[in-house]
Design a protein around this ligand. Structure first.
Ligand code: BES
Ligand code: MN
Ligand code: MN
Length: 467
């Protein structure tokens, strides 16, 4: 069977420049899914993706939802049997807004090739998250069909355009199309490698509860001399309340926050220790020297296995140039909690609302809007599918793959488990310094190239499961 893989890897190497060109074409489409001003561009990205699969002989279409469209593409090999694995491939073609624009060294939607320590890299919004990542399997399919004229497994490609906005249309779509979307396993390329030489499968993802809050006080903005000191200032009050979210040991004060948090098993703590995480390198890369947070935990434990509460934004009153002495009528904040296994998002949401309401200043009221609630996720660390993926990664990297956790959230993995009943293999090829969601997002061409080779090798090992 290895005989089938070798020529595909060769084809991937020969055709790599074209794979880069195709990714650049997609990166030029401004699919900022969260901003309605870009709806047309977002749809254009969906159509571009659907066309890629059509060209390769998939039954492929852009599917409407109340929000951004999905792309669903089906492929059945001509020689498929009941034993041929049904593999779903997931990605998201929406990207984060590029703001703040002035901090980019080049146009976020004009992919720019830059030479750096690991060779060439592509700088653009979405270069990693998630266009570069999912184009690894698209390019692997292309090379495989170029060489063999068909693909070795049954495939459903499922791409969404609302991942960065908490996927409001996702679950209804999965529920309405359960039969069509039946699969054995899903490959998700939206996570990180351990390093440029060491691939990883992510087996734990944190969940999330995120809200917008407004604290309303006086009926209008006021002169801070005429009224200051005598009436409530929502900015002052909100800052004080948010300051109470953590105690001096870094513990979150939301009622019930730690009730269901499981302690890390000794075996897991040991395995993470053995990864040899470079704390100083991680911190140095973002201009810091010291890690903060819960006392008595390692940095990796805090990032992967402990809950968080962060203020993502806060504003109110006058934020323009120069001075204006004013007491604002209202103050605003965006707050998110990352959740770990066994925490119930509903319970944490209620706890967060109670935390705020218990501290309501006199004459004030809250407006609270929830963006989403999803639980943390674990995927099995033992299964024939995982073994196949590891085998594929071993075939394409010199260093053996490692199993890792992840501080971020990919809620779709939980939705697939719950609604469609299959697990996911989180095999991503990005690096921690790729600046996803930040200015100058990048993807190393080496990561892209190894990612495409790995996708082909993993598909090959999955196909072998049929024998
Ligand atoms: N690809 C990321 C998730 C991720 C981040 C994986 C870091 C590995 C390392 C994904 O696109 C993302 O940004 N998720 C959001 C989810 C949210 C909007 C529901 C997140 O984690 O903030
Ligand atoms: Mn992503
Ligand atoms: Mn993202």
């Amino acid at each position: 069977m290895t005989a089938a893989l070798e020529p595909v890897l060769k084809r991937i190497d020969e055709d790599f420049d074209n794979s880069v060109a195709r990714l650049c074409e997609l990166l030029r489409i401004k699919s900022i899914g969260t901003d309605p001003a870009y709806d047309e561009e977002t749809r254009r990205a969906a159509q571009w993706c659907a066309d890629q699969f059509k060209e390769m002989g998939f039954d492929s279409a852009v599917r409407n939802t109340p929000g951004q469209p999905m792309v669903v593409a089906h492929y059945t090999p001509p020689d498929a049997t009941d034993r041929t694995p049904r593999v779903m491939y997931y990605g998201h073609y929406d990207v984060q807004p590029p703001d703040p624009l002035e901090l980019w060294d080049s146009d976020p939607f004009e992919p720019t090739i830059v030479e750096a320590e690991h060779g060439k890299r592509i700088v653009a919004r979405g270069a990693n998250d998630d266009k570069g990542q999912f184009m690894t399997f698209v390019s692997a399919f292309r090379a495989w069909t170029d060489v063999h004229g068909s693909l070795p497994v049954k495939i459903i490609v499922f791409l969404e355009g609302e991942e960065e906005s908490a996927s409001p249309s996702l679950e209804p779509f999965l529920e309405a199309n359960q039969e069509e979307l039946a699969a054995d396993i899903c490959i998700v390329s939206d996570s990180e490698a351990w390093s440029i030489e060491t691939p990883a499968i992510t087996y734990m993802l944190r969940g999330m509860v995120f809200i917008d809050v407004t604290l309303k006080g006086p009926a209008m903005d006021l002169h801070s001399g005429m009224y200051g000191g005598g009436v409530v200032n929502p900015n002052n009050a909100l800052a004080r309340i948010l300051g109470e979210l953590h105690d001096e040991n870094g513990l979150i004060q939301i009622p019930g926050m730690y009730d269901d948090v499981r302690e890390l098993s000794e075996a897991e703590a040991k395995a993470w220790e053995n990864l040899g995480f470079d704390d100083a390198g991680f911190l140095g890369g973002i201009g810091l020297k010291e890690s903060t947070g819960e006392k008595g935990r390692t940095l990796l434990q805090r990032l992967w296995s402990r809950p968080t509460c962060d203020v993502n934004g806060m504003w109110g009153g006058y934020i323009g140039q120069g001075a204006k002495t004013v007491i604002p009528a209202e103050a605003h904040a965006k707050i998110s909690c990352r959740l770990v296994p066994d925490q119930d998002p509903e319970k944490i949401y209620n706890g967060l609302v109670k935390f705020l309401k218990d501290r309501t200043p006199p004459d004030c009221t809250w407006e609270i809007e929830c963006h989403g609630k999803n639980p943390a996720i674990r995927v099995p660390t033992e299964s024939p599918y995982l073994e196949a993926a590891l085998k594929g990664l071993r075939a394409t990297f010199d260093n053996p793959p490692v199993l890792i956790g992840c501080g971020g959230s990919i809620p779709v993995v939980g939705s697939f488990q719950r609604i469609l009943g299959f697990d996911s293999l989180l095999a991503g090829f990005g690096l921690e310094d790729d600046r996803i969601h930040s200015p100058n997002e990048k993807f190393e061409l080496k990561c892209y190239h190894n990612g495409i080779r790995s996708q082909a090798a993993m598909m090959h090992s999955l196909a072998e499961l049929a024998q």
